[in-house]
Write a protein that binds this ligand. Structure first.
Ligand code: UD1
Ligand code: UDP
Length: 363
C-alpha cells in the first residue's frame, strides 16, 4: 500500500489540506499519515477541529514572535526523525510557508518524493510576498509532482522547465473546503451588531507589511470609517503580537470596528459571503471572496492570484495610505465603481480538487 504523508503547519495550509486528508482517508489503496509542524498553535487547532483531523505527529514548534530562523531550524531538526520513522512514499506539502519549504528540504535530504499542492503561483519577486515567493519556487525545484490550481499556474511551471507529465491542473482545494462551510441559515452575534449597516471585512498579517506599511493601511481604514458612520467593520485579528500592537495603536478606540480573535473557518467564510467589501493582505481570502462576488482591496504590492484581478473582483491597492483611502472611499460612495467589481466568478476551481489529487496518487 502506498504511504502518503501530508505535512502542514499554519492556518491556511490546514484549511486547504484537511479536505484532502479526509478524501485520501477514504481511499483503500492509500495509507495516510498526517504530520503537523505546529508552526501555528491556536489558529491550527481551530481548523483541525472543524475538519475532524487528528494528526499522527505534532512537532509543536511554535514560539511567541518566532523568526524565520526559529521556524526553519526547529522544523528541519524535528522532521528528520519523523520522516525516518514513517518512511513515506510521497510527502505532500502545500503552498509557500516555512513549513512547506523546510519540509520539502528535509525530504530532499532524505531523497523522499514530494508532491506540491497549490503549485505554480508566482510573483517572480522573492521579496514580495516575503519569504513565500522564494519558498514556493524552491519547493517547485524539489517536487516530483506539481498539483497546480489553475492553467496559469501550470504555465509558470512549464516556463520554468518542469516536465508536462509531472504537472496536474486540479483546481484549488480551498473551493472544496468552501462547499461545506457557507450556509444560508447562518447567525453570529457580530453580524447582529452590524445590523443593516454595510459590513467591511478586514484581515492583515503579511510579514513584509509589519511596521510602517501596516500603520498606513490601518490609518487609511480609520479615516474612511470616521467619514462613513453607516459602516461597520469586523476584523478577526491574527495572533501575531506585532500585528496586534499596530492595530491597537491605530484602530483601538474606534467604535465602528470590532477587532476580534481569529474566527473559525466556517465563520470566516460566512462573514466573507455577507460582507460589502473586504480589505486584506491575505492570500487565501483573494481566492474565496471572488466566489461570493465581494470586492476585495488587496493591500499588497504584488499578487500571485492575477486570475481574480482579471475577473475584476480584486483590486491591488498597495500599502500607501492615500491609495487605500481613495479606493475604499470610491467603493463606498460610487455605486457604479462598486457594481463593476461585485460580480461572482470562480477562477480557482470547481470544488473537486481533492478527488482529482487522490485519483492521481492512487494511479
Ligand atoms: C505564516 C506564513 C504565511 C502565512 C501565514 C498565515 C511563513 C514564513 N509565513 O505567517 O505565509 O500567510 O502564516 O497566517 O511561513 N501566533 C500565535 N498563535 C497561532 C499562530 C501564530 O500566537 O496560532 C503568533 C506567534 O507569536 C507567532 C506569530 O504569530 O510567532 C507569527 O507566526 P508565523 O507562523 O511565524 O508567521 P505568520 O505571519 O503567521
Ligand atoms: N481565516 C479564518 N479565520 C480568520 C481569518 C482567516 O479561518 O479569523 C481563513 C480564511 O478564510 C482563509 C485563510 O484563513 O481561508 C487565510 O489565512 P491567512 O490570511 O492567515 O493566510 P494566507 O492565506 O495569507 O496565507
Amino acid at each position: 500500500m502506498k504511504k502518503i504523508m501530508l505535512v502542514f503547519g499554519t492556518r491556511p495550509e490546514a484549511i486547504k489540506m484537511c479536505p484532502l486528508v479526509n478524501e485520501l482517508k477514504k481511499r483503500k489503496t492509500l495509507q495516510t499519515v498526517v504530520c503537523v509542524t505546529g508552526q501555528h498553535r491556536e489558529m491550527l487547532e481551530q481548523v483541525l477541529h472543524t475538519f475532524g483531523v487528528i494528526p499522527d505527529y505534532d512537532l509543536s514548534i511554535m514560539k511567541d514572535s518566532q523568526t524565520l530562523f526559529d521556524v526553519a531550524v526547529n522544523i528541519l531538526e524535528k522532521m528528520k526523525g519523523v520522516l525516518e520513522e514513517v518512511r513515506p512514499d510521497i510527502v505532500l506539502v502545500h503552498g509557500d510557508t516555512s513549513t512547506t519549504f523546510v519540509t520539502a528540504l528535509a525530504c530532499f535530504y532524505l531523497q523522499i518524493a514530494v508532491g506540491h499542492v497549490e503549485a505554480g503561483l508566482r510573483t517572480y519577486n522573492i521579496y514580495s510576498p516575503y519569504p513565500e515567493e522564494f519558498n514556493r519556487q524552491a519547493v517547485g525545484i524539489i517536487s516530483k509532482y506539481h498539483f497546480a490550481p489553475t492553467a496559469l499556474a501550470k504555465q509558470h511551471l512549464l516556463q520554468e522547465g518542469k516536465k508536462e507529465d509531472t504537472i496536474f491542473v486540479t483546481g484549488n482545494t480551498v473551493i472544496d473546503a468552501m462547499r461545506y462551510t457557507v450556509t444560508e441559515n447562518y447567525h453570529h452575534q457580530e453580524l447582529d451588531w452590524v445590523g443593516d449597516n454595510r459590513m467591511i471585512f478586514i484581515t492583515a498579517h503579511r510579514r513584509e507589511n509589519l511596521g510602517e506599511p501596516m500603520h498606513h493601511m490601518f490609518r487609511a481604514i480609520r479615516k474612511v470609517l470616521d467619514e462613513h458612520p453607516d459602516v461597520r467593520a469586523i476584523y478577526p485579528i491574527h495572533m501575531n503580537p506585532l500585528v496586534r500592537k499596530i492595530a491597537e495603536e491605530e484602530l483601538g478606540n474606534c467604535q465602528q470596528i470590532h477587532i476580534i480573535d481569529p474566527i473559525d473557518v466556517v465563520d470566516c467564510h460566512n462573514f466573507e459571503a455577507r460582507c460589502h467589501i473586504c480589505l486584506t493582505d491575505s492570500g487565501g481570502i483573494q481566492e474565496e471572496c471572488p466566489s461570493y462576488g465581494k470586492p476585495v482591496l488587496v493591500m499588497r504590492d504584488t499578487t500571485e492570484r492575477p486570475e481574480g484581478i482579471e475577473a475584476g473582483t480584486l483590486k491591488l491597492v498597495g500599502t500607501s495610505e492615500d491609495t487605500i483611502y481613495e479606493w475604499f472611499t470610491r467603493l463606498l460612495d460610487d455605486e457604479e465603481a462598486y457594481n463593476k467589481m461585485a460580480h461572482a466568478s470562480n477562477p480557482y476551481g470547481d470544488g473537486h480538487a481533492c478527488e482529482r489529487i487522490a485519483d492521481i496518487l492512487e494511479n
